[in-house]
Unconditional design. Structure first.
Length: 367
C-alpha cells in the first residue's frame, strides 16, 4: 500500500519525535519517495538512522524494493545542528556515537548504583556525592537515587521503569564480564533486545589488550582465553551507543537516556561528565533556581510546621525544608530551615520566612 497524506504526516511525526531527523527534512524525504510502501519507507528510515549514527553520509538508493523509490534527499543532521548549545565534544570520542532524542523540557536526572559490595559494606559509595557535584556544576539537580545489589531480576524491573520514564539516568556498576556482573544483560532484557557484539567497543578492547601485551613485551594472542573473555565486555544491548572511557578504553554504553558506566569511580566520573556535556548541555544552567537556609535555635519542628505550611500554600512552587541536628560541632542543637524553588518565588518566600521568625522572636543566623 502507498502512504496517504495523513500517513505521511504520522510517519514524519513518529520519526521526528526520536530526534533523529528534523521534521522538515524528514517530511521532504518521505514526500520524495512517496511511491514506496509504508513498510519499505519505515525500514529505510530505521536503517539510515541506525547505521549512519549522525555521520554525514548520503544514503544510497534502495534496490530491494520492487517499486522505484527515490533515495532520501536529506542527510541526517549533525549534533551541532540539532543541539546548537555549547556542549564540549570529547577528544577521544570514537566514531559511531549517536545522541539520544532531545527532551522537549528539562528532564529529571537519576542515579542507579549497583553492587553487592556496597550493600555489604565492603565498599563505600562515592557515586552519589560526585553525581550531585557534577550536576550542580552544570546548574542541574539530582532527583532520585536507587542502590541495589547484583540482583539481575530486580535490576531488570528497575531499568524497565526508568527506560519508560524518559528520565536521564546514570547507572554505575556491573558492566564487567565476571559472573557477578549483570548490568549489561539486565539492560538488554529491560529494553527487549539481545546482547550483540558492538564492533567499536570490541576494537577499543582489542587496542587495549594489544597495548598491555606490548607493555609486557609479549605477543598479542586474540585467541587466548583471557582475551576472549575480556571481549565479553563488548557484548552490549542491540542498538546501544558507546560512551568513551578515557581511563582504559573499556566503553560504557547508552540505551536511550539511560547511560551505563563501570563501577570504578576513576572511570565512571569523567564518563558521566562527558555524557552531561555531550548530550545534555542544552539544559546546563537553565534552571532559574534558588536555595537558601537559616540556622534556627530554640524552636521545635512541631512549632515551625504551621509556618512552613503557610509559606508553601502561599508559594506552591517552592519547598520549605527542615533539617534538625542534635549534636552539631558548631551550632549544637538547631534546625536548618530553608527555602528552595524558582528563584524569585524562593527569594520572596525566604524574606517572608525571615520576617516571620523576627516577629516571633525566634533566634536565627545565616546557614
Amino acid at each position: 500500500m502507498t502512504l496517504s497524506p495523513g500517513a505521511l504526516i504520522a510517519v514524519v511525526l513518529a520519526f521526528a519525535s526520536w530526534g533523529r531527523l528534523t521534521a522538515g527534512a524528514l517530511l521532504g524525504s518521505v514526500l520524495a519517495g512517496h511511491a514506496c510502501t509504508a513498510k519499505h519507507r519505515a525500514l529505510e528510515l530505521l536503517r539510515q538512522n541506525s547505521d549512519n549514527h549522525f555521520m554525514n553520509r548520503t544514503p544510497a538508493a534502495d534496490t530491494t524494493s520492487s517499486q522505484t523509490c527515490l533515495p532520501l534527499s536529506v542527510k541526517p543532521i549533525t549534533r551541532k545542528q540539532r543541539m546548537p548549545h555549547s556542549h564540549v565534544p570529547h577528544p577521544d570520542a570514537p566514531q559511531g556515537i549517536a545522541a539520544p532524542f532531545v527532551h522537549a523540557a528539562l528532564p529529571a536526572f537519576g542515579l542507579i548504583v549497583v553492587g553487592d559490595e556496597l550493600l555489604s559494606g565492603r565498599r563505600s559509595d562515592r557515586h552519589i556525592p560526585k553525581m550531585i557535584e557534577l550536576l550542580t556544576q552544570r546548574g542541574l539537580a539530582l532527583s532520585y537515587v536507587h542502590m541495589l545489589g547484583d540482583d539481575r531480576p530486580r535490576l531488570v524491573r528497575l531499568l524497565q521503569q526508568v527506560l519508560a520514564s524518559g528520565d536521564v539516568v546514570m547507572c554505575c556498576g556491573g558492566i564487567g564480564a565476571t559472573p557477578d556482573d549483570h548490568t549489561r544483560q539486565a539492560a538488554a532484557a529491560a529494553a527487549g533486545v539481545e546482547l550483540v557484539m558492538h564492533p567499536v567497543a570490541r576494537n577499543l578492547i582489542e587496542q587495549r589488550m594489544q597495548e598491555q601485551a606490548q607493555q609486557k613485551g609479549q605477543a598479542f594472542d586474540p585467541r587466548h582465553p583471557d582475551n576472549v573473555q575480556r571481549l565479553q565486555m563488548a557484548m552490549l544491548p542491540a542498538h546501544a551507543h558507546i560512551i568513551p572511557n578515557p581511563y582504559n578504553r573499556i566503553a560504557g554504553f547508552s540505551v536511550g537516556h539511560v547511560h551505563f558506566f563501570p563501577g570504578f569511580p576513576v572511570m565512571a566520573h569523567p564518563m558521566i561528565a562527558w555524557v552531561l556535556d555531550h548530550f545534555y548541555a542544552r539544559w546546563h544552567n537553565m534552571r532559574d533556581w534558588s536555595e537558601q537556609a537559616l540556622i534556627v535555635k530554640n524552636a521545635s519542628e512541631a512549632s515551625l510546621t504551621p509556618l512552613m505550611e503557610s509559606l508553601e500554600a502561599r508559594w506552591p512552587a517552592i519547598r520549605i525544608f527542615s533539617l534538625p541536628s542534635v549534636d552539631h560541632p558548631v551550632h549544637g542543637a538547631h534546625i536548618e530551615l530553608g527555602v528552595k524553588g524558582p528563584a524569585q518565588m524562593a527569594r520572596d518566600a525566604f524574606d517572608a520566612l525571615r520576617q516571620e521568625l523576627l516577629n516571633r522572636q525566634i533566634p536565627f543566623s545565616t546557614a
